[in-house]
Design a protein around this ligand. Sequence first.
Ligand SMILES: [Zn+2]
Ligand SMILES: [Zn+2]
Length: 161
Amino acid sequence: MDATIMPSTNLLLTKLKADFPAIQFKPGESFLWSPSERTLYYSPLDNEDSAALLLHELSHGLLGHNDYRHDITLVAMERSAWNRAVELGSEYGHTISDEVIENHLDTYRDWLHARSTCPNCSANGHQTEQYAYKCLACGHKWRVNEARICALRRYHLNNNK
Ligand SMILES: [Zn+2]
Ligand SMILES: [Zn+2]
């Protein structure tokens, strides 16, 4: 059924471009919402998740998602962008499966877990600054890298082990 997927995703992109003229759509290496450029970057629309990701990135833009100070906020943003994407999907005739959403959110949950786990004693840490955590159990402090909205797939997770 590949032959039917790509044209329908391309058609969706054409409709979204027409309906949301305030947002720029540009081909890129991966699906990414850039708040500073107000631009949605999309990678080749070549699989069945492409329509879902297109709607998801657009939702980040429509919801005004921007910088965040706490990692937990990023996970919450991902959840709300998926909720909005499901609504948009029903308007545009694209059903987004729960599996796609949960897979995506799992990436963020794993990322949050890896960042917040103490490299010293493996207890849970508390985020004290944008890029810093402190262990609740042993008091160890550690720093984490910047992460951008929806770009986690391009980063390797640091296990700190
Ligand atoms: Zn610790
Ligand atoms: Zn996202």
